[in-house]
Ligand binder design. Structure first.
Ligand SMILES: C[S@@+](CC[C@H](N)C(=O)[O-])C[C@H]1O[C@@H](n2cnc3c(N)ncnc32)[C@H](O)[C@@H]1O
Length: 242
């Protein structure tokens, strides 16, 4: 299926005038903040997540917006069917084991004619070396989380994401691809942040049998960060109507 550009995405989002938006697995609401500024108009936002401390940050960030942030499990959305005009899920598909169930839950609470949006980073090959640093780091984080009992799959390829959404039989399905641009892939502050992140993940793996191998991979990632740098991996943005 044809992948549209970031310019087309911006243009298409600007044309949308919607009302009540639900963002599932919203975290600190970063994606939600991006999308509401890209839309033509909206009335209110609701974010749900299982992590209360992330929700508290979202509540703080959205103080001036007509917003609600609720602790809720995405496997058990407690809203009435057909409650929202737009339902989104960003960079969270790979955090679920029963993805089809999550997508079906989202579709159920979306009004007929409402917008269904999935935004997810992908690992397809055409990405530059700096982006591959992101993908490799993400794979390493996912292995460590998985060993700690947290559902965290490796980055999907774009066809997996498209197939999952296509199965929902939405109308007017459109697929866009974009990457967040950064000025300097070796920016010292950014690299230091990721170095610290790698250290904190290394500390989580103390008890595993293959500790040394994972630690070694962490050391390699730190060298790669310094030598090649980091850039955000490409995202697939899939939008359709129920
Ligand atoms: C990588 S973050 C994505 C945050 C946000 N959507 C964004 O794009 O900035 C994944 C989020 O999924 C949430 N999550 C994982 N399992 C969940 C579940 N069963 N129900 C609700 N949220 C969940 C996590 O707490 C985390 O905030």
């Amino acid at each position: 299926m044809k992948k549209r550009s970031i310019q087309e995405l911006e243009r298409d989002l600007k044309k949308i005038r919607t009302e009540n938006i639900l963002d599932v697995a919203t975290g600190r609401g970063e994606f939600l903040n991006t999308i509401i500024h890209a839309l033509g108009s909206y009335k209110s936002v609701t974010g749900i997540d299982s992590n209360e401390s992330a929700l508290n940050m979202a509540r703080e960030n959205f103080k001036k917006t007509n917003s609600k942030f609720l602790k809720m499990d995405a496997y058990n959305l407690t809203f009435n069917p057909e409650s929202f005009d737009m339902v989104c899920l960003s960079n969270s598909l790979h955090h679920f084991s029963e993805i089809e169930q999550i997508l079906a839950n989202m579709k159920k609470v979306l009004k007929t004619g409402g917008y269904f949006i999935i935004n997810e980073m992908h690992k397809d090959n055409q990405q530059i070396e700096e982006q591959k640093t992101h993908i490799l780091m993400h794979h390493w984080w996912s292995v460590i989380d998985t060993r700690s009992g947290i559902v965290h799959n490796k980055t999907f390829n774009s066809s997996r994401i498209v197939n999952l959404v296509s199965a929902l039989q939405l109308q007017e399905l459109k697929i866009y691809e974009y990457a967040y641009q950064i000025n300097d892939p070796k920016d010292e502050k950014m690299i230091a942040t990721y170095m610290n992140y790698i250290d904190s993940y290394s500390n989580k793996i103390k008890d595993h049998d293959d500790f040394e191998m994972l630690r070694e991979q962490g050391r390699y990632l730190k060298i790669r960060l310094r030598d090649i740098g980091f850039a955000p991996a490409s995202n697939l943005f899939v939008m359709g109507k129920k």
